[in-house]
Design a binder for this molecule. Structure first.
Ligand SMILES: [Zn+2]
Length: 502
């Protein structure tokens, strides 16, 4: 009987983040063993569930090991990576012999020590967590067992990963909506390989650029459509674009194209080069337009003064917990206070101490507090305020996505604060990016009654706030996800990539 081994280990590492990623961070986000996923599986668990169903439909035996993911954050502690990796390797060893290995990975995990010289990193390739894991799995199963992995498109596609796996497939959509379809495709290719129907060969091409690519908008929408048309060509099995994760300061960071063919490496290399040419042609046009804090406040006040409905939504993209930032940066709040901009609400400040003080004081209490700015220089300085507690929501959640396909994200305990000038701030104890206006309404803040709403998120807020916003502005405030790449303090990234060496 054919035996399939499946596992998942992932996180997205922001090397500029002030946090480290611990075992508790994996536990708190998602950790399950042996396929016990429950009714609300995490997106990186969905491929495992898909593969199990497809395998069992074929009468295969399935061995499922660890499935764990940590919220994007700073470098993963080395001993934690080694512990999780070794658990998967031990399960694989115990399951041997296996016929196929399929993994759900992120592709941008960086291990503590990545910035040391290679000889001091010892036997772990710290800058390439997934390459390290895949190489060890290959060493264990030998050259003839097919290994496939599905990756987030915010991955660093490395030569080591390509050399260690038979088939790699990344998500195509940002926001990520296609993880189940990509899992089905990967299974089908690897099953065909096992049956001797295809011989997958991967061709990787470095596009030599850094960028952020929202596939919901043109011309990226047409780019994804073109990738899917390419997959219809004779002998082409799969086409991926690894967008890269620009806040991972590692040598392999950057946008890369990957084409899997049925033993046609020259055709694969030609198509991968074509994808890089196409992305290079639109790279400038597709980057989001970022404003400085003052530009954003000026434009927002102008827009809010015109006839219309709903608040102007300002996205503090640099302080997004979804990319490893603290969510406690005070730069926009401080500037709004300095400029006397008071008809504004702030969503999803992370400050567990302030939440505890407000919960102890209770609704109606007015007291002095020191908010945010606690995690380091990229959070700015704390802001001293006098505020009244206007709402408390213990164990709060916010809606993620667009109805009817929504999920829920934990906020921990949440409170609403109002300053004497009318400015309102929602603070939560669990670090999370902004997804939905219900983060505000459940603590007594009405976003529709405000001229401006400031959210902490790169793009995922759009599903919830887009429908109520009069306009959306993206702000490049300082922070752990500062989006002007030519100003980031890279040390490992190739300095000749666009826009660094432009
Ligand atoms: Zn991603």
């Amino acid at each position: 009987m054919t035996k399939l081994f499946i596992a998942s280990l992932g996180t997205e590492t922001n090397t500029f983040s002030p946090f480290v990623t611990s075992y508790q961070d994996f536990q708190a986000t998602y950790m399950t063993r042996g396929g016990d996923h429950g009714p609300d599986p995490f997106i990186f668990a969905v491929p495992l569930i898909t593969w199990r169903q497809m395998a069992e439909a074929r009468g295969w035996d399935v061995v499922e090991s660890l499935c764990t993911f940590a919220m994007p954050s700073g470098v993963t502690l080395r001993r934690v990576y080694e512990q999780l990796r070794d658990e998967i390797l031990a399960d694989l060893q115990a399951a041997m012999p296996v016929d196929v290995v399929l993994l759900s990975l992120h592709g941008a995990m960086v291990i503590e020590g990545y910035d040391l010289p290679p000889e001091e990193q010892g036997d772990v390739d710290c800058a390439d967590g997934e390459g390290d894991l895949l190489a060890r799995i290959r060493a264990l199963v030998g050259p003839d067992v097919p290994i496939g992995a599905e990756l987030d498109l915010h991955c660093h596609l490395t030569q080591k990963m390509v050399a260690s796996a038979d088939v790699l497939i990344t998500f195509k959509e940002y926001p990520h909506t296609d993880f189940a379809e990509r899992a089905e495709e990967l299974f089908t290719i690897v099953a065909d390989q096992l049956a001797g129907r295809v011989k997958p060969v991967m061709s990787l091409q470095d596009c030599r650029l850094i960028g952020v690519f929202h596939t919901s908008r043109e011309p990226m929408r047409s780019f994804v459509d073109a990738m899917q048309r390419m997959e219809q060509q004779e002998g082409v099995l799969s086409v991926s674009l690894g967008h890269g994760f620009p806040w991972g300061d590692v040598p392999d960071m950057g946008t890369r194209a990957l084409v899997v063919t049925d033993d046609r490496p020259e055709e694969g290399a030609r198509l991968a080069q074509e994808l890089c040419r196409r992305i290079d042609a639109i790279k400038e046009e597709v980057q989001p337009a970022y404003l400085t804090i003052d530009e954003a406040l000026d434009q927002a006040l102008d827009l809010a003064a015109q006839p219309g409905e709903g608040p102007v939504v300002l996205a503090d993209v640099s302080d997004n917990a979804g990319g490893g930032a603290p969510n406690d940066a005070t730069f926009i709040l401080r500037r709004a206070l300095e400029r006397g901009v008071h008809d504004v609400a702030f969503a999803n400040f992370w400050d567990p101490v302030v939440v505890q003080l407000a919960m102890n004081a209770g609704v109606g209490a007015r007291f002095a507090l020191r908010l945010g700015g606690k995690m380091g220089p990229m959070s700015g300085d704390p802001v001293d305020l006098t505020a009244t507690v206007i709402g408390i929501a213990p164990d709060a959640v916010q809606t993620v996505g667009k109805p009817p396909r929504t999920a829920r994200s934990r906020m921990g305990d949440a409170v609403g604060l109002r300053l004497d000038n009318g400015l309102e701030i929602q603070v939560n104890s669990h670090r999370t990016q902004s997804f939905s206006p219900d983060a505000l309404t459940q603590v007594g803040i009405d976003p529709l009654a405000k001229a401006l709403v400031v959210v902490k998120s790169m793009q995922h807020f759009y599903a919830g706030y887009g429908p109520i916003a009069r306009a959306v502005l993206y702000v490049a405030a300082p922070g752990a996800l500062y989006p002007r790449f030519d100003q980031l303090p890279y040390r490992q990234v190739d300095p000749t990539l666009w826009p660094l060496g432009a």
